[in-house]
Design a binder for this molecule. Structure first.
Ligand code: GLA
Length: 449
């Protein structure tokens, strides 16, 4: 990671005319447990990393936003800050900056649109499932707030900003939930963050003593706004169908006028069901393992085209039908695991936490089908190396695993994983790192004037 003075110099080499230069540090995250729950309004338990993006920025004279990246993979770009900013081609990195600006312009009713210059750098790998994309959105948002003179934590709260940016990021095409923005902005060093949604509620839980968290990169890249976009969006799409099926069942059983916006509302909304009641209602709502669009339409009393338009979007229909029962099983069992994991963290019960992580990986792989052989192998290797728990983390389809390793087995873990990576001609020192839980995003002040 570059030092502050180097960052200032680097910035000046890209933008020599800049005067007052600011910076912000925005961490990545690793999710301990609770995958693909956030968009269902169900809780998650992520941890912010020490690894972070650094964004150095300055206000520009006109309305142009100029972006540069210390990583030459990401080409410099510039666009005009206007009321309606047109997106760059899909997966272009400047879309994340545009998403932040559009979201803030709307929410803060900005009417004269200032320009800015940004240089992004840092040690957070991109496409490794560690939320580098949301970190970029948050970094650009913090820069823009500073340029607008809006104070974080005073004029706009961290929680409100996290909620706003979760919605704003949909501009890039991925229909993510709000986990990443919430933990990036609100994490506390040494803690995991239990997040409940709609509205956002946060609880800090200390990471356990006697164990460490290791992040292991599979080397398989996942660009959420690139190739993985449709695979990711299939998750929220099928959950929208599930929500409609459960709503239908509830209308028949309890109240004709009942509306269910998300599965999470079963336990927290008007119904306030116990976990057992919600689980049983879900089972009655989705009695078959696989559902064709025709079968979903028949059950909802609507036309197949309407099902595609309202819920499925571009999600292709598999010949054998959508595995709705398995998807729902993951959502409900993962929900329970998050609650138990939070209790285990507070009790310092690392054995239980490890078992819950392992069960989560199984459920992600078997029922949500977001694992790939590289992640299964990596989690398997971590078990052999002595981890109490190992699971894929983030959206899935590649990226990294998170591993709970007892301090007494750290040496053995390193040796074993080094051999594993060497077999794949990968360098363990580059692919694996430990986290003690980082703090939330923040500014680091003026660099030079
Ligand atoms: C991505 C999304 C999150 C969340 C995870 C899966 O990281 O950005 O909102 O859905 O996938 O848990």
């Amino acid at each position: 990671m570059l030092h502050t003075a180097d960052l200032g110099r680097r910035f000046k080499s890209f933008f020599p005319d800049s005067t007052e230069i600011w910076g912000c540090r925005v961490p990545g995250r690793v999710n301990l447990i609770g995958e693909h729950l956030d968009y269902n309004g169900l809780p998650v338990l992520p941890v912010a990393l020490e690894r972070a993006l650094c964004c150095v920025f300055a206000k520009a004279a006109g309305g142009t936003v100029s972006l540069a990246n210390a990583n030459s993979m990401y080409r410099a770009d510039a666009f005009e800050n206007v009321a309606e900013i047109a997106p760059s081609p899909q997966a272009h990195w400047s879309n994340y900056c545009k998403a932040a600006l559009i979201g803030l312009n709307r929410a803060l009713r900005v009417s004269t649109f200032p320009g800015m210059q940004l240089l992004v750098s840092g040690n957070l790998p991109s496409g490794a499932g560690l939320s580098s994309s949301s970190a970029l959105v948050v970094a650009c948002a913090l820069a823009y707030l500073q340029v607008l003179g809006v104070r974080l934590g005073k004029d706009v709260s961290r929680v409100a900003l996290a909620e706003l940016l979760a919605g704003a990021e949909h501009y890039v095409g991925t229909r993510g939930g709000g986990m990443d923005q919430a933990v990036i902005l609100n994490a506390r060093a040494g803690h995991a963050l239990k997040i409940d949604f709609f509205p956002l509620r946060l609880e800090h839980a200390p990471l356990p003593r006697g164990c460490s968290l290791y992040v292991c990169d599979s080397g398989m890249r996942v660009e959420k706004s690139g190739d993985s976009l449709h695979r990711y969006n299939a998750g929220p799409a099928l959950c929208r169908v599930l929500t409609a099926l459960v709503e239908k069942q509830t209308q028949e059983e309890i109240d004709e006028g009942f509306r269910l916006a998300r599965l999470g509302e079963l336990c927290h909304g008007l119904l306030c069901l116990t976990y057992r009641e919600a689980e049983e209602l879900c089972l009655r709502s989705v009695p078959d393992a696989r559902w064709s669009v025709k079968a979903i339409a028949a059950r909802l009393g609507t036309a197949p085209d309407e099902v595609r338009r309202r819920y499925l979007g571009e999600t292709p229909e598999p010949a054998e039908g959508f595995p709705l029962q398995a998807r729902l099983r993951h959502v409900m069992t993962e929900f329970k695991r998050v609650e138990l994991a939070r209790d285990a963290l507070l009790a310092g019960d690392t054995g239980t936490l490890g078992e819950l992580m392992n069960a989560s990986h199984e459920s992600c792989a078997r029922d949500y089908e977001i694992s790939v052989p590289a992640l299964d192998d990596l989690a398997g290797a971590a078990h052999d190396a002595g981890a109490l728990g190992a699971r894929l983390t983030g959206a899935g389809f590649g990226g990294a695993t998170v591993n709970l390793v007892p301090d007494a087995r750290e040496g053995q873990f390193h040796e074993h994983m080094a051999r594993y990576y060497a077999e794949w001609r990968m360098n363990a020192a580059q692919c694996m790192f430990k986290t003690l839980g980082g703090g939330g995003a923040d500014y680091f002040g003026v660099l030079s004037t």
